[in-house]
Design a protein around this ligand. Structure first.
Ligand SMILES: Nc1ncnc2c1ncn2[C@@H]1O[C@H](COP(=O)(O)OP(=O)(O)O)[C@@H](O)[C@H]1O
Ligand SMILES: [Mg+2]
Length: 299
């Protein structure tokens, strides 16, 4: 699988603060790449550097196999559609008028902008003023603006931010269908949930560093199962110096490897705790994510 974006040691410092710290990104062609991290972890800064909107302090960016530089930027950008931070668009103009501005800037025809509006399902709203759009419609208009030039790479910064579940589902369906058509989509979020079901590759950022990059399946390989002990003696079990929580069927202890499982069983049996069943269960993706990011400010 060839990569559409790669970075090597990508770094951005603001004064003494390193916002993006030595990122080695690999975004394969034709996937939805979920770029996840808590607020302030460096997602927008990274995306701005990828688009040539901000100059890295150090490190290299390669797009479509070509090194991004002030001289290559002009040739690379027409293949990239983007939406960074807030959705763009003038409130006092209609959706279609906003699209026409984009079209004029990029030299596109009405057929292309109408197609982009249709893709995000805004055709029936295209003659309404953008200030009367819902947040979801504004986000979709932003995606339409990014799509109008028919890019082979879309870079979208938190396009699901503030959307209700139906809005998130709509963006998810749209982005996965774009990826199926061969468009590479890099999409950021601070909420795992919003991205989990659409991204096939995840990059997880905290404090400007990449904690994990790979498929969902690979992420699960980092996880250690939880242990559930079915017992009527939950309190007695927790009194044995075991850090677990009470659940309806007994107690649940997170992240327990095989050796510790044996120890726990031994200790509880020795204390006379009745155990009806002991089973190891896969952590939720959320828990794996929380363990990686140190449970700071997520979800
Ligand atoms: N232009 C800037 N000047 C100074 N600090 C900045 C600037 N942009 C971002 N930062 C800082 O860099 C860090 C990462 O910010 P950002 O990339 O916006 O994170 P995210 O998009 O993940 O929320 C934050 O600590 C933020 O305050
Ligand atoms: Mg951001």
């Amino acid at each position: 699988m060839s990569a559409v974006i790669t970075t090597l040691g990508l770094t951005k410092a603001f004064g003494g603060h390193t916002a993006v710290d030595g990122l080695d990104l690999v975004v394969p062609q034709g996937v939805v790449y979920g770029f996840l991290g808590p607020n302030g972890s460096g997602k927008s800064t990274t995306m701005k550097m990828l688009l040539g909107l901000m100059r890295p302090t150090s490190g290299e960016i390669t797009l479509f196999g070509e090194r991004l530089s002030p001289s290559s930027r002009g040739a690379l950008l027409p293949s990239i559609g983007s939406m960074i931070e807030a959705p763009p668009g003038y409130g006092h103009l209609t959706g279609r008028e906003n699209m026409r501005i984009v079209a004029d800037m990029l030299g596109l025809d009405d057929a292309q902008t109408d197609r982009a509006l249709a893709t995000v399902r805004l055709t029936e709203h295209r003659d309404k003023l953008v200030r009367n759009y819902s947040l979801g419609m504004k986000q979709r208009l932003g995606i339409a603006m990014a799509l109008a030039r028919e890019p082979s790479l879309l870079v979208l910064d938190e396009p699901t931010n503030g959307l209700d579940p139906a809005g998130i589902e709509e963006v998810r369906t749209l982005l996965t269908s774009l990826a199926r058509q061969g468009i590479t989509v890099m999409v950021s979020s601070h909420l795992l949930d919003e991205i989990d079901k659409m991204a096939s590759v995840l990059g997880i950022l905290a404090n400007g560093r990449m904690l994990f990059q790979g498929t969902r399946h690979e992420l699960f390989q980092h996880s250690i199962p939880d242990l559930i002990i079915e017992t009527p003696d939950s309190e007695a079990a927790l009194a044995q110096g075991i850090t677990g929580v009470m659940v309806p069927e007994g107690i649940r202890i997170s992240g327990v490897d095989q050796e510790r499982t044996a120890e726990v069983i031994h200790r509880l049996a020795a204390a006379g705790v009745r155990m009806y069943e002991v089973r190891r269960v896969q952590q939720s993706l959320e828990d794996v994510f929380m363990d990686l990011t140190g449970r700071e400010g997520l979800l």
